[in-house]
Ligand binder design. Structure first.
Ligand SMILES: C[S@@+](CC[C@H](N)C(=O)[O-])C[C@H]1O[C@@H](n2cnc3c(N)ncnc32)[C@H](O)[C@@H]1O
Length: 295
């Protein structure tokens, strides 16, 4: 697990099918500063962004931003830039969206994607740490962070910086899931609970980040804080959830929390249900929105 990105180890296989936006020629080869790790992370993020359930929740976030033509917005932790590319379209023709990411290699590749694929000149991506944003106070109409605070060691500091760079009455939004809202229909109830709870407590990022957003936004001094819940449902390999379940089981197996027989039996039923089109899983994402008070 790469803690800085929050991206799990990439396992080639079923989900390496071609991704429309990220092509071989834009996968980092032309950027000497890009590491293989950055390329792997960008590829993973692009694949995720193209999954049906992820497109649904990303669209809900972009709607919640309430972008207006001509505004200036910031995304912190922009990753491959998938959300930036969606959101920037709403700011045309004279608005501006800046994405920042702490990983220089990821920034280089996502800039390459912008230049070679989208050519949105209202959008730029820069290397920067969300805890120390290189922008003056009140310089944006709004700022958002998707799947960042749950991966951050210092979420309150990042949020405080987002509040600082947004003008009074501007909007700050964050979107995270809450892993303990992950449910899957499976015949082995106890084992399913064991795997999901083990995953929530031991693997990856802050599994309770979604439910913590309200208090976090209030503590950051934001006003009129509201949370929107988005349930994403997974029915097939077109959704991100089957792979998330397989990754959880694989991690539990590697950590010794699951025997090989338990792993194979549990994943086997998921595979059979996918083949029989009886697979169902869901998870809740939370989109928090607050208004920057007058200073
Ligand atoms: C899980 S990815 C999410 C990417 C994108 N927001 C999305 O939803 O597709 C998290 C990203 O945040 C970046 N990141 C982590 N900590 C950061 C920080 N302190 N400041 C800026 N970016 C950060 C990582 O490098 C990674 O690209």
């Amino acid at each position: 697990m790469a803690s800085k990105t929050g991206i799990p180890a990439f396992s080639p296989g079923k989900n390496t099918r071609s991704v429309p936006i990220l092509t071989e020629s834009s996968s980092g080869q032309e950027h000497p500063e890009c590491t293989d790790e950055a390329g792997r992370v960008v590829r993973f993020l692009e694949e995720q962004a193209h999954k049906r359930d992820q497109r649904h929740v990303n669209l809900q976030l972009v709607r919640a931003l309430k972008l207006q033509h001509g505004q200036r917005w910031l995304e912190v932790g922009s990753g491959s830039g998938a959300l930036c590319r969606m959101a920037a379209l709403c700011l045309l023709p004279d608005g501006r969206l800046v994405g920042v990411d702490i990983d220089c290699g990821i920034v280089a590749i996502s800039r390459g994607l912008l230049n070679t694929v989208t050519r949105l000149n209202c959008l730029d991506v820069l290397p920067a740490d969300g805890q120390e944003l290189p922008f003056s106070t009140g310089s944006f109409d709004g700022a958002f962070a998707a799947r960042l605070l749950l991966n951050s060691d210092h979420p309150d500091e990042v949020l405080q910086e987002m509040v600082r760079v947004v003008r009074p009455e501007g909007r700050v939004l964050a979107m995270d899931w809450d892993f303990e809202t992950f449910v899957v229909d499976h015949s082995q109830k106890e084992l399913t609970r064991r795997i999901l709870l083990w995953r929530a407590d031991n693997y990856g990022s802050n599994s309770w980040s979604g439910r913590q957003l309200f208090a976090r936004f209030r503590s950051a001094g934001l006003e009129r804080v509201r949370l929107k819940t988005v349930v994403t449902a997974g029915y097939s390999e077109e959704d991100a959830l089957p792979d998330a379940l397989r990754r959880a089981a694989a991690a539990a197996l590697t950590a010794g929390a699951l025997s090989k027989d338990e792993h194979d039996g549990w994943v086997g039923e998921i595979q059979r249900r996918l083949a029989a089109k009886t697979f169902f899983a869901s998870i809740i994402y939370y989109i928090a929105c607050g208004i920057v008070p007058a200073r």
